[in-house]
Design a protein around this ligand. Structure first.
Ligand SMILES: O=C(O)CCC(=O)C(=O)O
Ligand SMILES: [Fe+2]
Length: 298
């Protein structure tokens, strides 16, 4: 089955970035935006929490990561299922070129003008996704998404990137860090993603990109950072979902379908893992989990 168009596939492989403008229609994100409003408001003044650390990271607290939350969210079922949206799963299958994909990162992120310095240097996102380096094989086995959940103009801190074609030309093939001598040339090639809410930016772990400052007087930017990988790609990871069993996983467990649950590592119906014992005990743990598709395959 083909999940993405051939021209999208070619662009993804040659450029390392695919921008899908308005991939989610306004009606598909209205509830998500409502949740962002409840979680973060449209100005940092309404918020009191200060976390300031990139979840899962050992870097020093950094204010640009202040308003980040990790799945599962203290929010609606819709937001909790958004990173498992069937359209995102099939896009991931297309980009990764495989039928079995895993969700390995899911964050909400709100930024507010004047609240922090969101300007980043051009970088590749691999050092907190793998202990080695991005794979050179085929499509690299993982995809990062930045999904805009508010309209992003040039004043709202747009994501900027340099296509792999351009960075390869400037830095040489497969360079993962720019040097002062070629940084200006790289910056000259960067493209800004000015796009409406619902836009999906897919990028590889070896693509140069950066966050930028919000320069509007009262700007805010809502986004989600989501990553998928091919099943079996053990060298890449970010969250270990089961490390937070006391958080509210039930809205996901009770509402996601088997295909969505499989992206969290829950074996699909028909898998050897499932038998009368494992189904009954999983049902005890999650009483409203819909076990029929699993029992039907025994
Ligand atoms: O938020 C953005 O536009 C990009 C952020 C980013 O690249 C990062 O934090 O690694
Ligand atoms: Fe990044």
């Amino acid at each position: 089955m083909r999940y993405i168009e051939l021209n999208q596939e070619a662009k993804w492989i040659s450029e390392g970035v695919l921008v899908l403008e308005s991939y989610f229609a306004p009606s598909e994100i209205v509830k998500i935006q409502d949740d962002f409003n409840k979680l973060y408001g449209d100005s940092a003044d309404s918020l009191s929490c200060y976390n300031g650390d990139h979840p899962g990271s050992d870097s020093k607290p950094n204010k640009q990561f202040e308003f980040i939350d990790t799945l599962p969210f203290d929010a609606s079922v819709e937001l909790n299922l958004f990173s498992l949206h069937p359209k995102l799963i099939s896009l991931s299958k297309g980009l990764l070129g495989t039928d079995t994909v895993l969700l390995y990162q899911s964050h909400t992120w709100a930024k507010f003008s004047g609240r922090a310095d969101y300007n980043q240097g051009l970088h590749c996102d691999f050092n907190n996704h793998t202990l080695t380096v991005p794979s050179t094989e085929g499509r690299g086995g993982s995809v990062n998404y930045l999904i805009y959940l508010s309209d992003v103009t040039e004043k709202d801190g747009p994501f900027r990137y340099v296509s792999k074609r351009d960075s390869n030309e400037i830095l040489g093939h497969r360079c993962l860090a720019a040097q002062p001598k070629n940084y200006a040339a790289l910056l000259e090639k960067e493209k800004s993603v000015v796009a409406p809410a619902g836009t999906v930016i897919a990028y590889t772990l070896d693509t140069f990109h950066r966050g930028t400052n919000l320069t509007g007087a009262n700007s805010y930017r809502y986004s989600m950072s989501i990553s998928y990988k091919s099943n079996g790609n053990d060298s890449v990871g970010f969250h270990v979902w089961q490390v937070t069993p006391s958080r509210n996983w039930s809205s996901i467990l009770y509402n996601a379908n088997p295909s969505q649950l499989s992206c969290l590592g829950i074996p699909k119906p028909g898998s050897q893992f499932w038998n009368e014992i494992t189904i009954a005990q999983t049902k005890q743990r999650w009483p409203q989990w819909k076990s029929d598709p699993y029992s039907d395959c025994l």
